[in-house]
Write a protein that binds this ligand. Structure first.
Ligand code: KG4
Ligand code: ZN
Length: 365
């Protein structure tokens, strides 16, 4: 089965062609990425310090057909070989989602192909199944960390999701981006904060800056990140006052590195503590990392190390680096697993996808 997948929920225009072998049981199936084309708008939005929805939609509309053409050419295939079209239909920025959904619906109608709407977070979770060992055992726990989400998702089996904890305010990726802005670093903040934290580790031994770890011991699996961000803001304000540094003057590199390190450490500590707690409570067999912040090396390493130390029978998985950030291959992978878990009637209904798939800004999995 060949799937053409489209992702435009935020600031990447992405199309991927994936080939899947349908096996029984589904665990034995193989997902092969034939092409994975991503056109990033990061530079455009960087000048505004964040994603501007209408600008994102305009760029998606400009880039989607060239990206689609490149995806088909790279995979050396044509529309005739496609068995299913999958598109991210929720959640995300409505103007951005609508551009991908409109193109997907038009293609499905014109090419007479079934169309499936895929939840963006489901895609991030299924990035773990791309080009990796397939023995991810259930029940599994996914720590979803992206620019819009921070959730602990319990999966009893493929495509079954129960949210057991989530952020009460900012998403963790959003907090990385906001702290980066406070420090005068660019957008997106995650990769820059993580580089600065690494520089700190390589040059210094101890950090005399610490940041709070809100809700770390709240006894549930919920999160809060806005307090750390505010604490970082006051650290910077106090530093400027003590050093007579005007608001528009650059902060010294050493101070930036120390705050970045303190912020990343506090964040990783909270995420790890909550994930370990839920791993024990729900007695899971696998822990998966998902979403853009899963590209954070400190988080990947710390979580893996803690799982291995504390749970000898639990396996840890993180997506390959190229599938951590928004891409369409993960949307295709999620579509493959969903297709193989739905009834024949539901499969038949996908023929009406050009009529029924709807873009939704907010939708729980
Ligand atoms: O999943 P994603 O690409 O888009 C959403 O679905 O939101 O995640 C983007 C988020 C941004 O907030 C970005 O700063 C963060 O992921 N991010 C990182 C890293 N790379 C990207 N955060 C921490 N460390 C990184 N290396
Ligand atoms: Zn994402």
């Amino acid at each position: 089965m060949n799937i053409l997948a489209i992702e435009t929920s935020c600031d990447e225009t992405a199309v991927s062609i994936i080939g899947t072998s349908i096996e029984v049981p589904i665990e034995a199936s193989i997902v092969t990425i034939q092409s994975n084309i991503i056109s990033s708008q990061v530079e455009l939005h960087a000048q505004w310090g964040g994603v501007v929805p209408n600008l994102a939609a305009r760029e998606h509309t400009k880039n989607i057909i060239p990206v689609l053409t490149e995806a088909l050419e790279t995979a050396r295939t044509t529309k005739d070989d496609m068995d299913l079209i999958a598109v991210t239909h929720a959640p995300g920025l409505i103007p951005a989602l609508l551009s991908g959904v409109s193109v997907a619906k038009s293609l499905a109608y014109a090419w007479h192909k079934p169309l499936m709407g895929v939840h963006h977070i489901e895609g991030h979770i299924y990035a773990n199944w791309i080009e990796q060992k397939k023995d991810i055992l259930f029940p599994a726990l996914a720590l979803v960390v992206s620019g819009g989400h921070t959730q602990l998702v319990l999966m009893a089996n493929h495509c079954q999701y129960e949210i057991v904890g989530q952020t009460q305010d900012d998403a963790v990726g959003e907090a990385f981006d906001k702290v980066a802005r406070i420090l005068g670093l660019g957008y997106p903040g995650g990769p820059i904060i993580s580089q600065r934290a690494k520089i700190f580790e390589q040059t210094k031994k101890e950090n005399n800056i610490t940041l709070p770890q809100p809700m770390k011991n709240s006894g549930d699996y919920n999160f809060s990140f806005s307090g750390i961000k505010t604490a970082a803001l006051y650290l910077v304000k106090d530093y400027r006052k003590e050093n007579n540094l005007p608001d528009d003057a650059d902060l010294p590199q050493d101070f930036i590195d120390a705050v970045a390190h303190a912020f990343q450490t506090a964040t990783v500590e909270i995420l790890t503590k909550k994930t370990l707690g839920a791993t024990e409570t729900y007695n899971v067999q696998s822990v998966l990392l998902a979403g853009g912040v899963s590209a954070n090396t400190q988080l990947r390493e710390k979580l893996q190390q803690e799982i291995e130390t504390n749970f000898s029978d639990v396996q840890f998985f993180a997506p390959k680096m190229e599938y951590c950030l928004d891409n369409a291959a993960m949307i295709g992978a999620a579509a493959h697993y969903r297709y193989n878990t739905i009834s024949q009637k539901e499969k038949d209904n996908l023929a009406n996808g050009w009529k029924t798939v709807e873009a939704k800004a907010n939708l729980q999995m």
